[in-house]
Write a protein that binds this ligand. Structure first.
Ligand code: 3HC
Length: 307
């Protein structure tokens, strides 16, 4: 009966084993996984826009090929994650509608514009760097399909971060104008990248339950701190200054203290009032509506040929 099923589920979670699609699971576990996996997938797909904007203006064939590979990877990450959500009974078309109707979220970071080509490098270095900090622990998430999707995604994400950092190193060895472009991009992306980890633990309604269920392995603040500690030495090697006068290493804790994050800005962006929210949703809606005929044709073909 239900009590035995709950006990078995609790024992699997306590033993840090995996829950698989056909296992019994509490409705809340299924709901919060669909919520997080769908929004993770939406983030990957929306994230293709800011970078994709520079595909035609990349400065060399090599840079264009690298950027094209990265944007295609993000599409693939979205597909893995929508497939993981489907194992929980979610419908991919329904999730896309919820994204477009703003009933589901995507990462706040993609509501900022990519103003210069240096942004492509800074997104690789900082945004994919933050994503790696957040996604590596998710490889140990208690839900099997999500954890396995993460293992593949993390391998590709490390290529994304390295190519971004190498791009910036090249520009920092360039002209004063190129160095200034890199510093300007760092100034614009640093604080929004800290917001990718979510609100402070004290204001995180999902964390306690997600950690009890082995979905979230570290708190928002823990991973944010890990990201800051990782980024400071990388910024020094690069020769850029992180835009936080309060940033300083604390030998007592071995961590870097940093300044206050503007959570009002975070809430405004989540409420849809960021610089690029409207454009991101408009383009995603157009992609769905303009390509509806492809879905209809493929569905008609499949139903006629029974595949
Ligand atoms: N942007 C948008 N929404 C955010 C957010 C952000 N940066 N941070 C938190 N939120 C939302 C949460 O989704 C939640 O809203 P909901 O209940 O409607 O879903 C609310 O704010 C409160 O946050 P919580 O801390 O309670 O929520 P979580 O426990 O879900 O923690 C999270 C938030 C850390 C983002 C977690 O959901 C998570 O780890 N998600 C998977 C990772 C992910 O989505 N990464 C996106 C990064 S971008 C990316 O991966 C693309 C890369 O290839 C560049």
């Amino acid at each position: 009966d239900e009590a035995d099923l709950q006990r078995h589920f609790d024992a699997v979670i306590a033993a840090e084993h995996r829950i698989e699609p056909r296992d019994w699971m509490p409705d809340g576990y299924r709901r919060t996984l669909i919520r997080q996996i769908a929004q993770h997938a939406h983030s990957e797909i929306i994230g293709m826009q800011p970078e994709g904007d520079w595909l035609l203006a990349a400065p060399s064939l090599r840079r264009k090929a690298i950027l094209l590979a990265k944007v295609q990877d993000e599409a693939g990450h979205g597909m893995y994650l929508y497939s993981a959500a489907e194992t929980l009974g979610a419908d991919r078309a329904d999730l896309t509608d919820k994204l477009i109707e703003r009933k589901q979220k995507y990462s706040s970071i993609f509501n900022y514009p990519t103003l210069t080509y240096a942004d492509v490098g800074v997104i690789g270095w900082l945004v994919d760097g933050a994503a790696i900090c957040n996604q590596v622990p998710l490889c140990r998430s208690s839900y099997g399909p999500y954890a396995r999707a993460m293992i593949r995604i993390c391998k590709e994400e490390s290529f994304h971060q390295r190519q971004g950092y190498e791009l910036l190193m090249t520009m920092m060895r360039g002209t004063p104008e190129q160095r200034a472009m890199v510093q300007d991009a760092v100034d614009r992306w640093w604080w929004p990248s800290l917001m990718m980890f979510g609100p402070p633990d004290a204001d995180s309604p999902n964390s306690a339950q997600s950690m009890a269920w082995g979905i979230k392995r570290h708190s928002n603040d823990e991973l944010r701190q890990r990201y800051v500690d990782m980024s400071v030495p990388q910024a020094e090697v690069l020769g850029v200054t992180l835009p936080d006068p309060d940033l300083e290493y604390d030998p007592a804790t071995g961590h870097h203290r940093f300044g206050a994050i503007d959570w009002d800005e975070f809430q405004r962006v989540l409420a849809g009032d960021g610089p690029a929210n409207a454009e991101r949703i408009r383009r995603r809606r157009a992609a769905r509506d303009d390509n509806a005929w492809v879905v209809e044709a493929a569905t008609a073909y499949a139903s006629k040929h029974g595949s």
